[in-house]
Write a new protein. Structure first.
Ligand code: UT7
Length: 392
């Protein structure tokens, strides 16, 4: 098979997470209505489309990562690098990587089970499953695999592809479905097996990434639900994209061509058949983009949400580089202690990084009812997005 240039550049140029969680943090849900036996099935539980003030409450989180740990010292044996270079430039000390034979669905499913358990929701109650990923087990989509594994038989399921911004895009998509009254309970998963996408001989990129999964349950709450007079659930968001800079971070499809062959009829035919190449990144360009994008998108999302940056209790940002987290908190003028960081242990897990960090923050007991959480993702596309949620 002959391969030619990349097709995709728009540029003209388990050891799983802690299973216990502080139940008292999550306010009780409304009594469930049975799905089964009703005349309308899932349709019967749909909310009225006219209800515009339905809060999308964040009621559960979960995560799961592979057991195998790859340290910076391990990577010294693969590529010309050092523990000192990696940890001082990125903050990463180790990452989790799937072993051959493991698949992403099992980690996405385990993370989902934990989120559902925290939410007190059984799989049959889930109306919609959104899987944010760039590395599904089936390129037709991984969400249905999770749906099947969970037994979420009443749920529609589809993938969201927005690289490292995928979880935030998924949250916002879920929120809009809930607000429109179409769905009541939505499971949003961010999961990636970046070990599948990186070139393990490229020291510029392979040292950065790891595998993992995180999940969150969003559920329609009572109209005007609040804690201490403050509205809960998703309060506001902002999404942006810049396709002109797509070439800065890609896993492109490379054109190829099957050997021409003569047909029984006249002439020859040509069939394009290539393959996806490994991840390519212009690290310094993406770095510069990220340090501007995070404060910009959070500022815009805060305005849409009607909240002040000073009132945010927790920032859960895409975990790409500790220097990006530090620069973002400096530019926003917020306390670094409020910015979640698990880079040292997991590296960059792409779509999984925000829900993984969110779940750790919740399970550590740091998130109290009424707390305001700001999340921001950024990455390939280029895409970036921010969302504010009040827990409760
Ligand atoms: O999730 C998607 C979003 N991704 C990101 O946000 C990643 C953003 N970018 C970054 O985090 C940083 O740009 C990197 C960590 C990727 C790179 O850090 P940097 O400080 O921008 O380093 P650099 O690329 O400018 O490279 C500096 C030097 C170069 O050598 P010379 O040309 O100065 O001699 C590189 O060849 O470091 C060299 N280098 C390495 N050395 C040891 C690059 N990678 C390595 C390595 N080990 N792994």
């Amino acid at each position: 098979m002959a391969r030619s240039g990349a097709n995709c550049s728009a540029s003209t140029a388990s050891q799983s997470g802690n299973a216990s969680w502080p139940r008292t943090l999550v306010p009780p849900l409304r009594p469930r209505r049975s799905r089964r036996g009703g005349a309308g099935g899932p349709q019967a539980t749909r909310l009225q489309a006219t209800a515009h003030h339905i809060p999308s409450r964040l009621v559960g989180t979960g995560s799961s990562v592979p057991q195998q740990t790859l340290t910076n010292r391990d990577l010294e044996k693969l590529v010309e690098t050092s523990d000192d270079w990696i940890s001082s430039r990125t903050g990463i000390r180790e990452r989790r990587v799937m072993t051959p034979g493991q698949n992403l669905t099992e980690f996405a499913t385990e993370a989902s089970r934990r989120a559902l358990e925290m939410a007190g929701v059984v799989p049959e109650e889930v109306d919609l499953i959104l899987l944010a990923t760039s590395s599904p087990d089936d390129s037709f989509g991984g969400a249905c695999l999770v749906q099947g594994a969970l037994g979420a038989t009443n749920a529609a399921a589809f993938d969201v592809t927005a690289a490292c911004s995928g979880f935030v895009v998924g949250m916002i998509t879920a929120h809009n479905y809930i607000q429109s009254g179409q769905f009541k309970t939505v499971l949003v998963i961010g999961a990636d097996a970046m070990s599948r996408l990186v070139d393990w001989t490229d020291r510029n990129t392979c040292i950065l990434f790891g595998d993992g999964a995180g999940a969150a349950v969003l559920q329609a709450g009572e109209e005007n639900a609040s804690v201490d007079g403050k509205k809960v659930g998703v309060l506001g968001y902002k999404l942006r994209s810049r396709g002109a800079d797509n070439g800065k971070l890609t896993t492109c499809y490379m054109s190829g061509e099957l050997q021409s062959a003569s047909t029984a009829s006249e002439g020859a035919f040509k069939i394009g058949q290539g393959a996806y190449e490994s991840l390519h990144m212009n690290g310094s360009e993406v770095f510069k983009f990220a340090v501007r994008a995070v404060p910009e998108i959070l500022t815009a999302a805060a305005e849409n949400a009607g909240v002040e940056m000073a009132d945010v209790d927790h920032f859960v940002l895409h975990q790409a580089n500790q220097r990006i987290l530090d620069a973002a908190s400096d530019r926003l003028g917020v306390d670094k202690d409020k910015v979640a960081s698990n880079l040292a242990r997991y590296g960059n897990t792409s779509a999984a990084s925000i829900p993984l960090a969110l779940d750790e923050t919740v399970r550590a007991g740091k998130v109290q009812p009424g707390h305001l959480i700001g999340m921001a993702g950024f990455g390939a596309g280029l895409t970036w997005g921010g969302v504010f949620v009040r827990w409760g």
